[in-house]
Design a protein around this ligand. Structure first.
Ligand code: A3P
Length: 314
C-alpha cells in the first residue's frame, strides 16, 4: 500500500489486498489504520479543548457526531447542513480517501486533524490502550457511546457485508462466532466498553448508552450539552434532538455519508450502513434461539461484577 504523504513504512506496505487486516497491540484492524499511524498516535498532541467521540464500531458513532457537532454550533443547523459529518468530527486513525485497490491517495487523517482549528471534535473507535496518551494525561473530554452487543453485532455484520475494505462473511453465524471471540476489527466489544465504563465517574468522561438515547434523545442532548459546557435553552435542545432523530438523519445526505458510500460503492439511497434500521431489539430477526442463548451466556460472563447492563429491547 502506498501513502499519499510518503509516510508509509515497510510495515504499512505489507498490505497486499484491500481487505487484509493486521494486528496491532493485540487488536485486529483494517489497513486503513496503518501501523505508522498507530505508532504516531501514541504521541499525538491533544489540546485542552478537544472533545473525543469514542465508540466501538456500529454503536451509533454517526449519531453522536451529528449531535455533538450541532451542539458545538449552539444548535445552528445552517452551520452543519452542508458539511460532511466526518469533516466536522474526523476519524482519527483512518486514512481516506483510498482508491478501489486500497491504495492510499491522501495523507493519514491525523495529520490534517493536527492542523484543524480549535475546538476540535475527533471521532475514534480505537480501544483505550491505543489512544493518544495525552487524553489521559490532560484529562481531555471523552464522550463514549455503548450499544447492546446483539443489535451491534447485527449492524456490524451488515457493515462487513457492504464494506469493500472488509472481507465479507458468507454466513451470519460465522460472523457472530468471530464477534464473540473478538476476532473482528477493533477487537473485543466487552474490553472496549468495560474500559470506558470503569472511567464513567471521571469528570472528563461522559458514558452514554445507545438504548437510553433512543428512549429519550432530548435528555441525552441536554446531558451532552452540559458536559460540553453549553447551556442551551429548551427550544434549542428540542431542535437538535429533532434534527438528530432517526427519521431526520435518514433523509440527510451528510449523515447517510453519501459522499463516503459513493467512494465505497455503496448505494446510500438504498441503504446507508450509517443510518440503517436504528432499532433496539432488531436482533430478534437475525439470531437463532441457540445463537441468542450462546451470547446470553457470554454476556453474563462479560458483565459479571461490572455493574454494567444493557436493554435488549425497549
Ligand atoms: P443499525 O445498523 O442497527 O441500523 P455507526 O455510526 O457507529 O456506524 O452506527 C450505525 C448504527 O447507528 C446503525 O445501526 C444506524 O442505523 C444507527 N443510527 C444512526 N443514526 C441513528 C439515529 N438517529 N437513531 C438511532 N440509530 C441511529
Amino acid at each position: 500500500m502506498s501513502n499519499g504523504n510518503d509516510t508509509a513504512t515497510a510495515e504499512d506496505n505489507k498490505c497486499l489486498d484491500k481487505t487484509d487486516t493486521h494486528v496491532y497491540g493485540g487488536v485486529k484492524l483494517m489497513w486503513t489504520c496503518m501501523p505508522s499511524t498507530l505508532d504516531a498516535l501514541k504521541t499525538f498532541e491533544v489540546r485542552d479543548d478537544d472533545v473525543f467521540l469514542v465508540t466501538y464500531p456500529k454503536a451509533g458513532t454517526t449519531w453522536l457526531q451529528e449531535l455533538v457537532s450541532l451542539i458545538s454550533m449552539d444548535g445552528d443547523i445552517d452551520e452543519v447542513v452542508d458539511i460532511p459529518v466526518d469533516a466536522r468530527a474526523p476519524h482519527l486513525e483512518i486514512t481516506v480517501p483510498f482508491d478501489r485497490q486500497g491504495t492510499i491517495t491522501a495523507p493519514p487523517s491525523y495529520l490534517s486533524i493536527a492542523t484543524m482549528d480549535s475546538p476540535r471534535l475527533i471521532k475514534t473507535h480505537l480501544p483505550m490502550d491505543l489512544l493518544p496518551r495525552q487524553i489521559k494525561e490532560k484529562r481531555t473530554k471523552v464522550i463514549y457511546v455503548a450499544r447492546n452487543p446483539k443489535d451491534l453485532a447485527v449492524s456490524f455484520f451488515h457493515f462487513y457485508k457492504v464494506n469493500p475494505f472488509l472481507a465479507t462473511y458468507k454466513a451470519w453465524g460465522d460472523f457472530l462466532t468471530d464477534f464473540m471471540k473478538g476476532d473482528v476489527i477493533y477487537g473485543k466489544w466487552c474490553d472496549h466498553v468495560i474500559s470506558w465504563w470503569k472511567e464513567r465517574h471521571s469528570d472528563n468522561v461522559l458514558f452514554l448508552k445507545y438504548e437510553d438515547m433512543k428512549k429519550d434523545l432530548k435528555s441525552a442532548t441536554e446531558e451532552i450539552s452540559l458536559f460540553m459546557g453549553k447551556e442551551l435553552d429548551q427550544s434549542t435542545i428540542s431542535r437538535i434532538a429533532e434534527h438528530c432523530s432517526f427519521d431526520s438523519m435518514k433523509k440527510n445526505p451528510m449523515t447517510l455519508k453519501t459522499y463516503l458510500c459513493a467512494a465505497m460503492d455503496i448505494d446510500a439511497d438504498k441503504e446507508s450502513p450509517f443510518v440503517r434500521k436504528g432499532k433496539v431489539g432488531g436482533w430478534k430477526d437475525q439470531f437463532t434461539v441457540a445463537q441468542n442463548e450462546a451470547l446470553n451466556r457470554l454476556y453474563r460472563r462479560w458483565m459479571h461484577g461490572t455493574g454494567l447492563d444493557f436493554d435488549f429491547e425497549i
